[in-house]
Every structure is written in C-alpha cells, then in structure tokens.
Write a protein that binds this ligand. Sequence first.
Ligand SMILES: [Zn+2]
Length: 354
Amino acid sequence: MACATHWTPAYDSDRYQHMEGETPVTHTNTSTAPFPILGTLTPGTTQRHMVALPGAALADDRWPVTSICGVRPGPVIFINGGIHGGEYPGIETVIRLGMMLDPQELAGTVVLMPVVNLPGFRKRSIFVSPVDEVNPNRVFPGDPAGSYSEQLVSALMNEFIAHADLYIDLHGGDIVEALVPFSICRQADSPADRKALENARVFGLPYLLTVDRPIQPAKGSMSFVAAAERGIAGFIAEAGSIGQLDEDSVQLLLNGVFRVLRHNGMIQTTVPSVPEPTLLTAFEWIYCEYGGMFYPAVSLDDEVKEGQSLGRIGTLFGEIIEEVTSPLAGRVLFVTTSPSMADHGLLMGIVVAE
Ligand SMILES: [Zn+2]
C-alpha cells in the first residue's frame, strides 16, 4: 500500500505542498480543510507541508507535517512523535506512516507531525526542550505568551489536536530510560475519555494505564489530558528505549496505529491481533533522596514486593548512602538506565495490574 511522494520546490515560502496528480481524484471527502493551518487538502493526495507555527518564540522554525487526505469521507486523526526529541521509534513510526498510508485507500484524513520538539531532537535533549529546559509534556495546554515549550504545545493544541476526532501521541523510553511498552489515557467518563480508552485498547500495547491525577506535580498537564479537557479523545503510546531506533518497537507502534485506523473504518488492511492489554490500576514513580551513582537491584518488568530493595545510591567515593525500597508490590514498568543521578532523581516506575 505504498504511496510514492516526491519532494518538490516550494511555491510558498512558509508552506511546501505536493499533490499526487497521476490518479484522477474523486472529491468525495467532505472535510477538505480540517486543519486551517494546512490550507485545503485535496482528497486522494498525500501532501507535505513545512508549517510555520504561531508564537513569537517559534517564528524561526518550520515543522514537517504530512497530510494524507483519503478519497472517501471519514474521521480525522492527528498523530505526532517527538514531544521528547530522543524517543526515536515513535518518531520513525510517524515518518513511515507518511510514506505507507495510501490516500486512494483511505477513508478520512491522517495528519502526521514526526517531531514536535525540534530543538530537543536536534540537540538530543532528554525530556526537555533545550531552549527553556522545560518538559513540553508537563505544560499542556500551553500558553501563547509563555516560554518556548508553552508556546509550542499551545500551537500544537490549537492548530492540530483541537481539530482532530482522535489524537495519538507517540513516546517511548528517552535516551536514559528503558520501558515496557504501554499506553496511557485519562480515567474519566466523558465521551472523549471513553473513546480514548477504546482506541488505546485497540492499539494493543501490553499494558494500559488510566490516570485520574497528575503523575508528577507540574505547571500544566500532559497531552492526552489537555486533549480530553477540550473534548478530544487522545492517548499516549510508548515503546522503545535508551535512544535506540529498534525495529521491534517501530513495528509495535505501526501495528497499533493500523489497528486503530482499521477500527475506525479508515483502512481495510489486516493487522495481526494481539492479546487484550493488561489494565494497570496504580502507578508509583520512585525517586532517590540523594544524588550520586545509581546501582539498580531490579530489572525492567521484574515483579517486586513491598519493602524489597530497588537499588542503592553511592557517592563518588564509593560509599553507599541510600538504599531505596519499594513502597508497594507491583512490576517495574520503566527504569532509569543512566547511573548518573541528581538529588531527588527519578529511578523507576512501579505499576500494579488488575
Ligand atoms: Zn516521552
């Protein structure tokens, strides 16, 4: 179902577009400008855009965005990677979708932004944008007059997420993290929350976490929470680890997106089925008190007992100054793989399954 697209010179300094011209276009898609910032999308075409986002701090950059506008009407889905610039399988998945989805076989519209946090991608920053050292996924829905990351997520919300019927935010373990693939959505009972949960189940990663409160104290919320507050169904899907571009994780994420597209009647492609995700009922993030060298005592996906040692912190003279124990019985969902730990550094996340 590959669809050849070719880069063409700009006819507009702010926005490049390429339209497939060889196949006669059937204008049956009723929504041809679902995202005003992208202009009119032509049914039956894949278009590549270099988008100028609103916000004074964003003025010097352009964001690659691919739109695939199907020949038939259907839902509008927005998918991004790279809110964290070192989570490469998610980024690669969005890039591949732009090449694989065939507008001639698609009902509805898929819009793709491979990397939201472009400065973080370029500088290999971990968790944050290097411009303001802020984690963009803690300041949703953003602020058009705020810092760089606040302006960035404000533009993402207003120009993309708010115009979608469904939003998928792809993540993974960052450059210093390993994790078991999982999805997250909000635990609430609005139509958007129910739709997000349904699609996250269909996506089919091994674990599915629903949250009813912030995971970390922060100025703002996470992407899927802000989406739900605007009435948009959204969820995060995470796969991949430690700065690696591994094909298994890309395939997990690609198949998840294809399952969702098929579930929503947008494609007919058959995707291998997977077991129902294990629902997670609690999620505790474990921090050390003192900085130093971190020596973990458990591995990813290990089951741990309450009170069990999770690891130790040593000084740079080799003295062990802290032993961190688990406050609950559960399973290690993610672990920090870098031994370099600041005071109150994040060590790992422990989850409890139903
Ligand atoms: Zn992330």
